[in-house]
Write a protein that binds this ligand. Structure first.
Ligand code: RI2
Length: 306
């Protein structure tokens, strides 16, 4: 939780792999590869939900097995890590430009949690001269809304700060909902911070459009072969102090950090490759992440052989 936001987590992982590769002093290629694979597995295990993390690691580690010597393996890894970090930054900038076009002069936008890309769209709309106003939620239990309102305030954007449960009270004042994503599945469902699906449900009922801003590396390739996205459940003391919880022997605190919004609640997913209806998620997985069914079959065969 030191690094917030699925995109930042992905760039931090690429940076960590690059720095680790540069610091390793092993000359032997199999030993170098084994060290890097251990590091990659350790990074993947830090957060289970944001698919940007395994996607970034997959991109950085790809081709390591084809290197002829350690120098080549190291250089390739550093090149792919730097390439990923740069393309991630460009993706965030492009999404801000594309997303801002969906915001009209005079619009009021609601956002939930703290998404670099969702805020990028809002800030770009403001920068281009549109008169906009924002509703930002608190985001219990970790209060990521506090980071969001500071960013919006610093950008000079009129912002209303509300508790999560006030979304329905204000939805009729809202023209558009924009949120980020931790993962997008092959059927176009969006996994994002807990509460997003309630916001989406409220928006749908009130006929307010909902846009998701998500880089292509937030799409989850392994959902094509039926894998589910693991929803991280965080410690109970984030919700209720231990001192109180231990006096309540019949109470269990549940603290899932993310939830799933079905595709039919989402009007558009804005990616750096352009805006798509959520139902086209598979195209992004195949065309932009380069994972096709043959690769899945290969990885399944490998698993069977283990
Ligand atoms: P960007 C965050 O997760 C939030 O759920 C946010 O909506 C999503 O990642 C995408 O954020 P967390 O890291 O990549 O706060 O758009 O658990 O910044």
């Amino acid at each position: 939780m030191e690094i917030r936001g699925a995109g930042r987590i992905a760039r931090a992982a690429a940076e960590a792999l690059r720095d680790h590769a540069l610091s390793l002093e092993v000359k032997d290629l199999p030993a170098f590869t084994a060290e890097m694979e251990t590091a990659a597995a350790m990074l993947v295990a830090t957060r289970p939900t944001a698919v940007s993390l395994p996607n970034a690691i997959h991109i950085v580690m790809a081709g390591l097995d084809k290197a002829k010597n350690t120098g080549e393996a190291q250089a390739g890894l550093v090149r792919r890590a730097d390439g990923f970090i740069q393309s991630s930054r460009h993706a965030v900038e492009n999404i801000a430009q594309f997303g801002a076009r969906h915001i009209r002069d005079g619009d009021t936008i609601l956002t939930h949690c703290n998404s670099e890309v969702a805020l990028g769209c809002i800030i770009e709309a403001h920068r281009s001269g549109k008169d906009i106003e924002v509703f930002a939620t608190e985001v219990r239990p970790r209060n990521q809304g506090h980071i969001t309102i500071r960013t919006l305030n610093d950008a000079g954007i009129r912002t209303n700060f509300i508790v999560d449960s006030a979304v329905r009270s204000f939805i009729n004042d809202v023209d558009l909902v924009i949120v980020g994503a931790d993962a997008v599945t092959v059927n176009g469902a969006v996994v994002n911070k807990i509460g997003t699906s309630q916001v989406a449900h409220t928006a749908k009922e009130a006929r307010v459009n909902m846009i998701v801003a998500a880089e292509t590396y937030k799409f989850a390739p392994r959902t094509v072969i039926g894998e589910f996205i693991d929803i991280e459940e965080r410690p109970p003391d984030e919700v209720l102090p231990d001192a109180i919880a231990k006096t309540l022997q019949h109470v269990t605190v549940r603290n899932p950090a993310f939830d799933v919004t079905p595709a039919e609640y989402i009007d558009l997913i804005v990616t750096e490759a352009g805006a798509i209806p959520p139902q086209m998620a598979y195209v992004i997985i195949r065309e932009y992440l380069g994972w096709d069914i043959a690769e899945f079959q290969k990885s399944l065969e490998l698993n069977h052989n283990l």
